[in-house]
Design a binder for this molecule. Structure first.
Ligand SMILES: [Zn+2]
Ligand SMILES: [Zn+2]
Length: 141
């Protein structure tokens, strides 16, 4: 079984992701942008139970009425998002916090209605104005 590991910049918050991932998406939404300071994020998503924090827990911040974002209170690294999505408790970590970012490949873009005009990412993958569906048919997969 594939296992992914990652953590914050200072190493205080560490996580392991067990099992098959739900999706890996570029997210252009303004909420992710503000929460991370990055022009686009890559969300590595799965069911909340798949994510195990092996050292300190991230500090949670209520970023909207349905979701919380977690960060390291020592170094400030944004680490994760958690909330109900498609009627299940889900979580994603920002791909930049993975130990080996090459283990994941984004398969879609979400919230392109919020995309920054000067930013271009892989345009060969499906793009969605808003959130993306739980399951999509991806050509070539
Ligand atoms: Zn840290
Ligand atoms: Zn987002």
């Amino acid at each position: 079984m594939e296992q992914l590991t990652g953590g914050c910049h200072c190493g205080r918050v560490r996580y392991t992701i067990n099992g098959k991932l739900g999706k890996v998406a570029f997210c252009h939404c303004e909420s992710c942008r503000k929460a991370t300071g990055a022009p686009v994020t890559v969300a590595v998503m799965g069911l909340k139970d798949q994510f195990v924090f092996t050292d300190s827990q991230p500090t949670l911040y209520q970023s909207s009425d349905h979701a919380q974002r977690g960060f390291c209170s020592t170094c400030g690294t944004p680490v994760c998002w958690q909330g109900v999505w498609h009627e299940e408790e889900q979580m994603f970590v920002y791909a930049g916090t993975l130990d080996n970012v090459d283990q994941v490949i984004p398969d879609r873009q979400a919230f392109t209605n919020n995309q920054i005009s000067w930013l271009r990412v892989n345009e060969e993958i499906p793009a969605f104005d808003q959130t993306s569906p739980a399951v999509i048919e991806i050509p070539g997969h």
